[in-house]
Write a protein that binds this ligand. Structure first.
Ligand code: BGC
Length: 390
């Protein structure tokens, strides 16, 4: 499938001219860094003939592949959102496969030390480009600094590393994600007096700050709404989210009319507490990631909206940037993102997120964001039919 990126260029092209161009460009590698990089590159080529090490490699037919060195990607965890393993990993593998890039994708499983170790071993294995989804800015910045000192270029994937040294940032416009959540909640609540609770993402995730700021920028000016509780959920942990939300709910004497939950995992936790209090389906709850659980909650009427961020689009954008870096070329960007900690303008590709309600669930499925059979299980067959999802 030809996927048109929001910044106007086709990405993930298959057998069209762009795909051919990729391969042609790829062999004219300009050596960008030091002799170390040249050595690393030669090593990577040698390694590429053997495929990569973790079962998610490109290894089938290396003879037809381009020669850009090797890209390492470190995903953050398997708990804070199902997206990393169920959406990002396959989309990234497909994007690198399609571009013929040797790659290794690993998951730090929420452990900062593990992420550092993976980065070290990827560098030792000869990656020329390393992309990370940091677990917190300090550890992310340390990984990037070390990579840089060894001639390995880095990319921030999805989360900006504050005070980091990544050459590029690839993500969605996270402020807009928050605005969509705020607007979605306002649409579900309508113009009435409403007490709102905010359940924000991890305090160590810069995205969580942006989501919350975006949501507040829409909801705070609506004078009939009142914030009656707001808390960040460490590591986006949904079990902790349930405990935190129960506390906020009790503190507000149950007088909660809407909940701004930062992603579908947190939304699920909120819905379970609302259910226990006989209020599920009566109190609108937002989310993010258009997960199967989130979409089914939309169908059930217990969640009012989610935000869809195409993993294919984000992965393709990362692959393009990684290939440019590996070739010593500049990547096309949509602008810069200011890192408030270092005052650095980080060249960025920021993609456009999409608001999803019960009315347009079919768009996620049509775009390949989820499979129909995963969302419309027998339990949800009637609701799917009613919502026009088939
Ligand atoms: C991502 C979200 C995700 C959350 C938890 C954020 O940085 O942008 O898509 O739900 O982390 O993993």
């Amino acid at each position: 499938m030809l996927f048109e990126s929001t910044y106007g260029r086709p990405v993930g092209a298959t057998d069209d001219n762009r795909g051919a161009g990729f391969r042609k460009e790829a062999v004219q590698v300009k050596r960008r860094h030091s002799a170390w990089l040249a050595a690393g590159f030669a090593l990577a080529l040698t390694i590429s003939a053997c495929g990569s090490d973790d079962g998610d490699d490109s290894g089938d037919d290396s003879s037809s592949k381009s020669a850009q060195g090797k890209v390492g990607v470190i995903l953050p965890d398997t708990e804070s959102s199902v997206r990393w393993e169920s959406a990002d990993r396959p989309a990234l593998a497909a994007a690198f496969e399609e571009a013929g890039v040797e790659h290794s994708i690993q998951n730090a499983e929420g452990d900062v030390d593990k992420m550092t170790q993976i980065a070290d071993s990827m560098i030792a294995d000869g990656v020329t480009v390393l992309a990370i989804v940091n677990l917190d800015s300090a550890s992310g910045a340390a990984i990037e600094e070390k990579a840089k000192s060894q001639g390995v270029a880095t990319i921030d994937y999805d989360r900006l590393t504050l005070g980091g040294s990544a050459e590029y940032y690839v993500s969605f416009d996270n402020n807009v994600v928050g605005e969509l959540q705020g607007q979605g909640l306002a649409d579900c609540l309508g113009e009435k007096d409403a007490n709102i609770v905010y359940l924000n993402g991890s305090p160590t995730d810069n995205n969580a700050t942006l989501f919350s700021a975006g949501a507040h920028s829409v909801l705070d000016p609506i004078k009939t709404y009142k914030t009656v509780g707001e808390q960040a959920v460490p590591e986006w942990d949904s079990e902790e989210a349930a405990v935190i939300f129960q506390q906020l709910y009790t503190q507000a004497d149950g007088k909660v009319d809407g909940v701004l939950a930062a992603n579908d995992g947190l939304a699920g936790a909120v819905i379970s507490i609302l259910e226990a209090n006989g209020r599920a389906g009566k109190v609108p709850v937002t989310g993010q990631d258009a997960t199967v659980e989130g979409l089914q909650n939309l169908l059930a009427g217990t969640q009012c909206m989610t935000v869809y961020k195409s993993a294919t689009e984000e992965a393709n954008a990362l692959a393009e940037v990684a290939i440019a870096l590996a070739n010593g070329e500049k990547a096309d960007t949509t602008g810069v993102t200011e890192d408030p900690e270092s005052d650095r303008d980080v060249p960025s590709i920021l993609l456009t997120p999409k608001s999803i309600t019960k009315e347009n669930i079919a768009d996620v499925i049509a775009d390949g964001g989820q499979k129909l059979e995963d969302v419309c299980t027998p339990e949800f067959a009637d609701a799917c039919k009613k919502a026009g999802v088939s």
